[in-house]
Ligand binder design. Structure first.
Ligand SMILES: [Zn+2]
Length: 84
């Protein structure tokens, strides 16, 4: 029996995890994996920071065009994939 997920599974569940959509068992399995996997930790942290940044932008600056938000997102996602 597996006690934690592999990288691909964590990657697929990342958004649900950060949105708090997962049940306790799934969260635990992801957290178990993150304890032992540096690249996934970096990925999660970068993604989380980006998401928060985008939310902050959306809340504080309703005038920030969606294209700008998309550009930030693209930039970070590119950063992530380059480092993997
Ligand atoms: Zn991993």
């Amino acid at each position: 029996m597996k006690h934690s997920y592999d990288c691909k599974t964590c990657f697929n569940l990342l958004i649900d995890y950060l949105e708090g959509e997962l049940d306790d068992e799934k969260r635990r399995k992801i957290e178990e994996h993150l304890k032992t996997c540096g690249p996934c930790i970096n990925y999660f942290q970068t993604y989380e920071k980006t998401t928060k940044l985008l939310k902050t932008l959306q809340e504080q600056e309703a005038s920030v065009p969606k294209s700008t938000q998309d550009r930030i997102k693209d930039f970070v996602l590119k950063e992530i994939s380059d480092s993997r």
